[in-house]
Design a protein around this ligand. Structure first.
Ligand code: RP5
Length: 167
């Protein structure tokens, strides 16, 4: 993937500490050849930046936003409030096993949706896969890559099963 290509997926994190987990989302998008960008943008420490980012995202060509946050985790909801782009939230474990962030992200009141993934690394990976699935609706090549990903994944599971069966 060309690094200077216009990003279509933005990964927003509430703190630079979140990148350790959220880099999994970026890695998957890179593997799929989906141009992406990462930015640190806190809903409470830099609220004006969060608003400006969300309001400008669609105009810049962003199609899907992935927002990862821990603790009170209001970043995905705040971003969603300022844009109509799909927002996929990833609750992160910054204490309390991520239950705090999970409840914060999943419990959006009706009217402004945030899709909520699992806590941590699984959620980061699934957020990227969800973004790929959304983009694949209008991109046949991406659909093909997603199907190949699923087939490879299934083959790996069957290989592991066979390995265990032979023990
Ligand atoms: C949230 O608070 C961030 O998303 C992070 O997960 C958590 C803790 O942030 P730091 O104090 O580690 O920067 O805003």
């Amino acid at each position: 993937m060309e690094k200077n290509q216009q990003a279509v997926v933005a990964i927003v994190i509430g703190s630079h500490h979140d990148y350790e987990v959220m880099k999994e989302a970026q890695k998957l998008l890179d593997d799929f050849g989906v141009p992406n960008e990462v930015m640190v943008c806190s809903a409470h420490r830099t609220p004006a930046d969060a608003q400006a980012f969300a309001q400008g995202a669609a105009v810049r060509g962003i199609k899907v936003i992935i927002a990862g946050a821990g603790k009170a985790a209001h970043l995905p909801g705040v971003i969603a409030a300022w844009t109509t782009l799909p927002v996929i939230g990833v609750p992160l474990d910054a204490g309390m096993f991520g239950i705090d962030a999970l409840l914060s992200i999943v419990q959006m009141p009706a009217g402004v949706p945030v899709a909520c993934m699992a806590v941590g690394k699984s959620g980061a990976i699934n957020a990227a896969l969800c973004a790929v699935a959304i983009l694949a609706l209008t991109d046949a090549e991406l659909t093909e890559r997603l199907m190949r990903f699923r087939e490879k994944q299934a083959a790996e599971v069957r290989a592991k099963s066979e390995e265990l069966r032979r023990r």
